[in-house]
Design a protein around this ligand. Sequence first.
Ligand code: AMP
Length: 143
Amino acid sequence: MSDLTHLFEKIARGDVPSHKVYEDEQVFAFLDINPLSRGHTLVIPRQRYERLDDLPPEVGAAIGRALPRIAAAVCRATGAHSYNVLSNTGREAGQVVPHVHFHIIPWHGPDRSLGIRWPATPIEEDDAKALRDEIASALADGH
Ligand code: AMP
């Protein structure tokens, strides 16, 4: 386990210092130490779950309740109107800290924002139908 594994639990407990902006029983939010833009904030469950899809429904609900309020406050404080919310899950997708977190990244101009590559191509109708069925059936199975 790397040093980063338990970092966010320590931050939520106050054992490692952070610039806290919000906390409740289940959720903690603080400024990113290496921001992509002014106001870049991280929102985490206090308890460590590595992946978004590991979250129990009640913890997911607590994060869902807090995110819009925190995003609104970040906008009010920084004067941003646009922002991205991002959760990297898995190393290949850019997750460095193995504790679920949502980045709130205010847009302050093209060089002071997330900057996403979005190489989209139109969906294929046959694949869309197959995928829809597979995802819906995985949900029905509770996976
Ligand atoms: P990710 O790549 O999605 O895992 O993002 C991890 C984020 O945690 C990065 O944006 C880091 O800048 C941020 N980070 C790492 N250590 C700290 C810390 N001690 N305090 C605040 N943010 C941190």
